[in-house]
Design a protein. Structure first.
Length: 275
């Protein structure tokens, strides 16, 4: 495997706050999207940053011949070991809202497969693998309605870019999300992410056999609204949205919009590589 291009950038000026990560190793390539904290940071670090740092270190040491389910079990085991080593296991074990979680997309060289856990994106040739979560689509729909209501009742776009008060309306629903993560209700809002504590339902994980004629693959986190075959195209598309719909409620509606003086609405990571 050979990296063609890669890029990672946090939504804040301090890159050390970025909860996304990229992994390049002999057997695996991955992008990681740490879930933004709904609780106070643990030991002074955001929950999404805690788990992305752990996964960045342990994905490279997954046994080469591990199938997807075994690899996830291995990651969960190692994550819990790290929590215990760091002295935070007892603080978080009984409350899903305090447990770090992450979406991950992994390429296994041995199996020539893409493993998609959560809502990262992948592309090869003209094939896009997107796994947008229904719960996030619901937030985007609710936010769009709220923005339209606020704009029609006295607020301006500039005011909402300065202070997006729709988050206050959505917060109670968003805070409930960790309570449904990795639970099986057999409905459209079921989803999985890696948190160390839960065995994941393999029916909710996309495992894609990469066609033999494919030579390049691209991965990105959901900090990019759409994945393209080059980093330049991804960046240009995000820039286009920022210029034309910075609140992300018109054609490009999303659960979050751009914040004034912030170049992106989320951390973002992208990698394109040869296999």
């Amino acid at each position: 495997m050979e990296v063609i291009e890669e890029f990672i950038k946090g939504k804040y000026e301090k890159q050390e706050l970025c909860e996304d990560a990229i992994v390049v190793s002999k057997n695996f390539i991955a992008v990681i999207d740490g879930v933004t904290s709904q609780e106070n940071p643990c030991q002074g670090k955001a929950l999404g940053k805690i788990i992305s740092d752990i996964l960045k270190n342990i994905i490279p040491i997954i046994p080469e011949k591990s199938r997807c389910d075994k690899a996830i079990s291995y990651l969960n085991e190692k994550i819990l070991e790290e929590y215990k080593n760091e002295g935070i296991y007892d603080l978080i074990k009984d409350d899903p809202r305090k447990q770090p979680a992450a979406s991950v997309v992994i390429y296994s060289k041995f199996y020539n497969q893409i493993w998609m856990i959560g809502d990262c994106k992948a592309l090869y040739g003209n094939t896009i693998i997107d796994n947008e979560l229904e719960v996030d689509i619901m937030y985007a729909k609710l936010r769009k309605i709220l923005i339209e209501y606020l704009l029609e009742t006295g607020c301006t776009e500039d005011e909402l870019l300065e202070n997006d008060i729709t988050r206050q309306f959505l917060d109670e629903t968003i805070k409930r999300q960790p309570l449904i993560r990795n639970k099986r209700f057999y409905g459209r809002y079921d989803y999985v992410s890696i948190d160390g504590f839960n065995k994941l339902d393999m029916d909710l994980i996309k495992i894609v056999d990469v066609p033999k004629d494919v030579s390049e693959i691209a991965f990105c986190t959901d900090g990019y609204r759409k994945i393209f075959a080059t980093l330049k195209e991804c960046e240009e598309y995000n820039k286009f949205i920022k210029e034309n719909d910075p609140l992300c409620y018109k054609e490009y509606w999303h659960e979050r919009g751009f914040v004034k003086n912030q170049e992106s609405y989320d951390d973002r990571a992208y990698i394109r590589f040869k296999i």
